[in-house]
Design a protein around this ligand. Structure first.
Ligand code: PLP
Length: 412
C-alpha cells in the first residue's frame, strides 16, 4: 500500500506530500484499504466456523477507524469504559463487545452492563463477585470467560516477553477449573467461555498454538463438568514487520491453524487483534527542521517528537523512516530527534537515513498501532491530526489540536 512512483511516496493512490502540505506536519495517515484487507484476512479465513473478530480498540481508537471496522462487521475488545463509549459513538454493536483488563471499576462494569456487551473477560474472583453484584443490582445476567494464563514456555520463545509480564494478569490455568466451579454460586453470571492473551508483537506463533491446545483442553474439561462453554477467545498479539525484511506470521495462515484446532468441537472462536490490523496501515509524516552536528554525532531534528510517537522512546522500538521524495543524494547515519526537552526524545538512533535537508518530508512507517493513542501534550505540544486514505481519496479524521484545546477544562 506504501510505494514509490516516480520517486514520490504514495499510500494507496494518494501522494503523501499532498496530505502533508494541506494539514502541515506532524500528521498520522492511515490506509483504509489495508485496514479492511487485514480485517478481512482474519474474518474470511475462519470460513463457516462460528467466529468473531474483536478488534482491540486500544491499538488505535480513532472514531473513523472504529467506524470503518464496525461497517465491516467487526466486534471490539475494550479495556475501559471510555473505549466502549468510543465504540458506541462510532456505531459499533455493543452485543459484539468483550471487556478485557485487570482493573475494571464498578462504574465501568455498570456502564458495560447498561449497554449490554457480549461478555467480560475476567481476571480474578474478586472481579467476578463485583460483576455479579452489579448485575443483581441492575437485574441483568452477564456472560463471562476467565482469562487464563496458559503458562506456555516463554523461555524458549523470546518474542513473548510481554507474555511473561502478563503473569500478573489472568488466572493460572491449573487453578481455573476450581474458580469456574466456585463461580457457579454467582446467581447472575454465566460461564460462557475461556479466554487467553499471551502477549503482543509475537513473531513466532508456536507459543500461541501451545496456549490454544491448553485452552481447548480446559474448555472440554469444563463442559464435562457441566458448564455450557460456548466460546474460546485466543486474544491478539500477532506481530508486524517494523524492520524492512522482518519475517512475520501471515494472518491467513495463523487463522487457518486456529481453525483446524477448533473445528468439530461445537465452539465459537474469538480473536482480539489490534496491532496486526492497524499497525502496518499507518505512517507518521514529519518535516525536517534542522541538521545539526555535535562532536562526531549527526542529528536530524524533525517536527514530530516522543509526544506524537512514544514507541521508540518507550520500548526502543524500531520504525523505518523513509523520505517522501527520493532525492538521490545518498544517505547519512544520524539520530532522528524531535523538539521535546528530553534526551530520550528520538525516533531513531544511529540510523542510516536519506541525506535530507531542512524542509524535506519523512514518513515514520508502521505507526498505525500504539501511535496516536499514546500521544500526549507533553511540552504543551498539540497532538497531531489524523488523515484516512481510501483509494485516490483522503480526508481528515481528526483536526490538529488548538492552543485552546491544550487548556480545555483548566482554570487559573
Ligand atoms: C493489547 C491486547 C490485545 C491486542 O494486542 P495486539 O498485540 O495489538 O494484537 C488483545 N487482547 C488483550 C486482552 C489485550 O490486552
Amino acid at each position: 500500500m506504501l510505494h514509490y512512483t516516480h520517486s514520490t511516496l504514495y499510500l494507496e493512490s494518494v501522494a503523501l506530500s499532498d496530505i502533508a502540505k494541506r494539514t502541515a506536519t506532524p500528521v498520522y495517515v492511515y490506509s483504509a484499504g489495508l485496514i479492511r484487507a487485514n480485517y478481512r484476512a482474519y474474518d474470511e479465513s475462519f470460513g463457516p466456523l462460528p467466529h468473531d473478530v474483536c478488534y482491540a480498540v486500544k491499538a488505535n481508537s480513532s472514531l473513523a477507524i472504529l467506524s470503518l471496522l464496525a461497517k465491516m462487521g467487526s466486534g471490539f475488545d475494550i479495556v475501559s469504559a471510555g473505549e466502549l463509549f468510543r465504540v458506541l459513538k462510532a456505531g459499533g454493536d455493543p452485543s459484539r463487545v468483550v471487556f478485557s483488563g485487570v482493573g475494571k471499576t464498578a462504574g465501568e462494569v455498570d456502564y458495560a452492563l447498561a449497554q449490554g456487551i457480549h461478555s467480560f473477560n475476567c481476571e480474578s474472583e474478586a472481579e467476578l463477585a463485583l460483576i455479579d453484584a452489579m448485575s443483581v443490582r441492575r437485574g441483568v445476567k452477564a456472560d463471562f470467560a476467565l482469562r487464563v494464563n496458559p503458562d506456555v514456555d516463554a523461555a524458549t520463545h523470546p518474542y513473548i516477553s510481554t507474555g511473561l509480564r502478563d503473569h500478573k494478569f489472568g488466572i493460572d490455568i491449573a487453578e481455573a477449573p476450581a474458580v469456574y466451579e466456585r463461580a457457579r454460586r454467582f446467581s447472575n453470571l454465566t460461564a460462557a467461555g475461556v479466554s487467553c492473551h499471551i502477549g503482543s508483537q509475537l513473531l513466532d506463533t508456536d507459543p500461541v498454538m501451545e496456549a490454544v491446545d491448553k485452552v481447548l483442553r480446559l474448555a472440554e474439561e469444563l463442559r464435562a463438568a457441566g458448564l455450557a462453554i460456548r466460546h474460546v477467545d485466543f486474544g491478539g498479539g500477532l506481530g508486524v514487520a517494523y524492520k524492512a525484511g522482518d519475517e512475520t506470521p501471515q494472518i491467513r495462515e495463523f487463522v487457518a491453524a486456529l481453525k483446524r484446532k477448533v473445528e468439530g468441537r461445537d465452539l465459537a472462536v474469538m480473536v482480539e487483534p489490534g496491532r496486526s490490523i492497524v499497525g502496518p496501515a499507518g505512517v507518521l509524516l514529519t518535516r525536517v527542521l534542522y541538521r545539526k552536528k555535535t562532536g562526531s554525532k549527526e542529528f536530524v531534528v524533525v517536527d514530530a517528537a516522543m509526544n506524537d510517537l512514544l514507541r521508540p522512546s518507550l520500548y526502543k522500538a524500531h520504525h523505518e523512516i523513509i523520505p517522501l521524495r527520493q532525492s538521490g543524494h545518498g544517505t547519512i547515519v544520524a539520530d532522528v530527534v524531535g523538539p521535546v526537552c528530553e534526551t530520550g526524545d528520538f525516533l531513531a538512533r544511529d540510523r542510516e537515513v536519506a541525506n535530507v535537508a531542512p524542509g524535506d518530508l519523512l514518513a515514520v512507517c508502521t505507526a498505525g498501532a500504539y501511535g496516536f493513542v499514546l500521544a500526549s501534550n507533553y511540552n504543551s505540544r498539540t497532538r497531531p491530526p489524523e488523515a484516512l486514505v481510501d483509494g485516490a481519496d483522503w480526508r481528515l479524521i481528526r483536526a490538529r489540536e488548538s492552543y485552546d484545546d491544550l487548556v480545555h477544562g483548566e482554570t487559573v
